[in-house]
Design a protein. Structure first.
Length: 149
């Protein structure tokens, strides 16, 4: 595996962590509250971006950047990655028959989330590889904390 591909996989795993936390939490909350599909998906997407950005923000702040300098770095680093992951993730869940109507106790609910996140990961690695190869995406974060994989 090339260094660039390894960096892309690492960046995508990082993105997946934040996205999965937000996505699963949003699906759980929306389903538990009996919300419709659209409201549940919107909540999941908002939370996926929030958790994804928060995880990167934490590492950039820990590297010593001030909040006002860290925010643009986080937005530049994660927006394309989270967006591609969320588009694929939600498209897969919507494509699985009955997934959006499955309850929290249904194996279909959890299996569809697992499958959607796995597919989103596979699709997002090349997106991150492309961005990092051009000095964008997570490469921006690495420039600020000397943290190279």
């Amino acid at each position: 595996m090339t260094s660039l591909t390894r960096q892309a996989v690492t960046a995508t795993l990082h993105c997946l962590t934040g996205c999965a936390i937000g996505e699963v939490l949003g699906m759980i909350v929306g389903t538990a509250l009996g919300w419709g599909n659209a409201a549940t998906i919107v909540l999941s997407i908002v939370l996926a971006f929030a958790f994804g950005y928060a995880l990167t923000l934490r590492s950039v702040l820990a590297a010593g950047l001030a909040l006002d300098a860290a925010l643009p770095v986080v937005l530049a680093a994660d927006t394309a990655s989270i967006a591609s992951m969320e588009i694929v993730d939600n498209a897969v869940v919507l494509a699985i028959p009955g997934a959006m109507d499955a309850g929290l106790t249904s194996p279909l609910f959890w299996l569809s989330l697992l499958i959607s996140l796995a597919v989103a990961f596979v699709v997002t690695v090349p997106v991150n590889r492309f961005l990092i190869g051009r000095g964008r995406g997570h490469a921006v974060v690495h420039q600020h904390h000397g943290h190279h994989h």
